[in-house]
Design a protein around this ligand. Structure first.
Ligand code: SF4
Length: 232
């Protein structure tokens, strides 16, 4: 029976606001929307022009800022344009060339070893699968995810760097410490078509607001739904 014209109109009820104590599944869509609005241009900040430059820049970015890596690679990629140049480089000279990125002995060793593996086993090409990339010297899942997404448009996981790890923990999306387990938690929570972009949204927010060691919670768009917010 149709409602009487005299009956009071029933207002559509608004969904209740998300709270800090809500489970990640409830809060994540809001986190995604707010960070997407805050950082519409979030993307990889490393400079590269081919897959091996992408791979080498990512190897150099461990424990180093992207700005410093870009400064170093601006000269490195000119001095060593091909994989053969790294493979035959003088090890001490290569160390000096990457020194400002830190851990330079190990990084130079990894670049040279990776160049040799790419030449000897992959015909001078960077492989485009996770299984192959993680076998390269100096490359683990984080590096592989970054290279796959940026050089091949392929997404097999979520790159968990120091910013992604810190934000995932502070936002209560994981209780794990190990980056591989954090990646698994995020993959279970986040739709696959958002995996690639998620890393860059978290990295931007980690650099700008959710800094280590002191987050700027008073300026954070996620403060109302973040269990670690210092604003109450
Ligand atoms: S509220 Fe604070 S701890 Fe939470 S994401 Fe924002 S800056 Fe980080």
């Amino acid at each position: 029976m149709p409602p009487s014209p005299d009956a009071p109109a029933i207002k559509p009820s608004r969904p209740p606001r998300a709270r800090r104590t809500d489970p990640p599944e409830r809060r994540f869509p809001i986190i995604w929307r707010r960070l997407s609005q805050a950082y519409p241009d979030a993307k990889c900040a490393l400079n590269f022009s081919n897959p091996h430059e992408m791979l080498f820049a990512t190897i150099l970015s461990a424990q180093c800022t992207d700005a410093m890596v870009n400064k170093v690679t601006a000269k490195l990629f000119v001095k060593y344009p091909n994989l053969e140049d790294y493979a035959s480089a003088d090890p001490l000279e290569l160390q000096q060339d990457v020194k400002p990125t830190g851990f330079f002995r190990q990084k130079a060793k990894n670049l040279q070893a990776t160049a040799r593996v790419l030449l000897e086993e992959y015909g001078g090409r960077v492989p485009s699968t996770m299984a192959e990339l993680v076998t390269l010297p100096g490359a683990a899942r984080k590096t592989a995810n970054i290279v796959l997404g940026n050089s091949f448009g392929k997404v097999e996981g979520i790159a968990v760097d120091t910013h992604v790890r810190r934000l995932s923990q502070r936002l209560g999306l994981t209780t794990n410490e190990d980056p591989v387990k954090i990646e698994q938690d995020l993959m279970a929570l986040v739709p696959k078509n958002r995996w690639f972009r998620l890393s860059y949204l978290f990295i931007e927010h980690g650099r700008a607001i959710c800094k280590a060691p002191t987050p700027k919670c008073g300026e954070c768009v996620l403060s109302g739904i973040c269990p670690s917010s210092q604003v109450r």
